[in-house]
Design a protein around this ligand. Structure first.
Ligand code: DSN
Length: 414
């Protein structure tokens, strides 16, 4: 494997080999990460990367598209079938460009949009002032209440007062079910477009574990590399009446040539999602998250909103007398990766926040189940109870490594 790379560029080869070891022997709790299958990996590494194919199947700007059209049509068909969507655009390069295209398709610069605050679990591309979305559009925000949960009556109040042209429902750090139907009812009261960003939970929706906004929202975006377990990229689903605008916003609006090797890998991942085993995977992701949350609570961790309905949870590290940054660092030393994260109403800064965000998609792909979640919670408690205790970090790292040997990462042969 990688013999040409090894001979030609040992610097990069060796860094990749070290990263293989890191992934194989450490526990990945970053809620947005996952491991793709060997088939998806192989597809990304094919000669499809050599092709330029601006346009859409049957309507390209360059010649030689016969096979690319076949591949893109398969990807589109599978995406529509998985989500029951009227239209799918599979060309978006990643989540933020997909969201930029959605705004471009539905809005004019300066239009008012209602979205969830980043520090209450939203995403940069849902109107944060430093992001293109906050610069180009007039975002107003909803948030969670003191209990960490979105109050839909408050969302309605803000929507009726502000009358946005679009309501964005979606998150990157919110552990509770989204009330898609309520969002739609509120949007209908004021004639607003509905946009769901399901990047984090697309795989759980596809696996039938969570409700889908696709049947009644105007437009839905998702990345393909989180719970959907595909290559890095994104997907936009919409009603037929908006198909032309969405396609035009992606190309020529936002992007040039699609990444055909990635689109092919999306198609391969979509086929995996359509298999019965994927339903089991999605269900196990949520089961694992619930067990992990309960175990952590028993160890005295405070969980925002009190638990989880999906794959992730936000921990308030004040409950362990440390900051999110300290916890992230100590856990990393112990072979457990997570990310520091703001908690709602956080008095601290984004660079040094009070919380960490953890999730179960990646460890579930490795085959870990409830028993391993209990062990993981024990390790997290040991490490976070004294984030300066290097001996404990070292011991836990060795135990993590031992456990990981029994749960291989797809595509890594050591
Ligand atoms: N970076 C992703 C996450 O971690 O949630 C969102 O874009």
């Amino acid at each position: 494997m990688l013999t040409h790379l090894q001979a030609q560029d040992p610097d990069i080869y060796e860094a990749i080999k070290r990263e293989e070891k890191r992934q194989a022997f450490e526990l990945e709790l970053i809620a947005s990460e996952n491991y793709v299958s060997e088939a998806v990996l192989e597809t990304m590494g094919t000669i499809l990367t050599n092709k330029y194919s601006e346009g859409y199947p049957g309507k390209r700007y360059y010649a030689g598209q016969e096979n690319i059209d076949t591949i893109e049509n398969i990807a589109i068909k599978r995406a529509k079938e998985i989500f029951g969507a009227q239209h799918a655009n599979v060309q978006a390069l990643s989540g933020s460009p997909a969201n930029a295209a959605v705004y471009m398709a539905f809005l004019k610069p300066g239009d008012k949009v209602l979205g969830l605050s980043l520090d209450h679990g939203g995403h940069l591309s849902h109107g944060h002032p430093v992001n293109f979305s906050g610069v180009l559009y007039n975002f107003v925000r909803y948030g969670v209440e003191e209990d960490g949960i979105i109050d839909m009556d408050k969302v309605r109040e803000i929507a009726l007062k502000e009358k946005p042209k679009m309501i964005v429902a979606g998150f990157s750090a919110y552990s509770r079910n989204m009330e898609w139907k309520r969002f739609k009812e509120i949007a209908d009261e004021i004639g607003a477009f509905t946009f769901a960003d399901i990047a984090h939970i697309a795989g759980l929706i596809a696996g039938g574990v969570l409700d889908s906004p696709v049947p009644f929202f105007d437009v839905v975006s998702t990345t393909t590399h989180k719970t959907l377990r595909g290559p890095r990229g994104a997907l936009i689903l919409c009603k037929e009446e908006y198909a032309k605008n969405v396609d035009k916003a992606i190309f020529p609006g936002m992007q040039g040539g699609p990444h055909d090797h990635i689109n092919a890998a999306k198609a391969v991942a979509f086929k995996e999602v359509m298999q019965p085993e994927f339903k089991d995977y999605a269900a196990q992701v949520v089961k694992n998250a619930k067990v992990l949350a309960e175990e952590l609570k028993n160890y005295g961790f405070s969980i925002i909103s009190g638990g989880t309905d999906n794959h992730l949870m936000l921990l308030d590290m004040n409950s362990k007398n440390c900051t999110g940054k300290e916890a992230e660092h100590a856990l990393e030393k112990a072979g457990i990766s997570c990310n520091k994260n703001m908690i709602p109403f956080d008095p601290r800064s984004p660079f040094d926040p009070s919380g960490i965000r953890i999730g179960t998609p990646a460890i579930t792909t490795r085959g870990m189940k409830e028993e391993e979640m209990k062990t993981l919670a024990k390790w997290m408690n040991e490490v976070c109870s004294d984030v300066h205790d290097e001996a404990t970090q070292k011991r836990v790292a060795a135990e993590v490594k031992e456990l990981c040997q029994h749960y291989p990462v797809p595509g890594i042969k050591l």
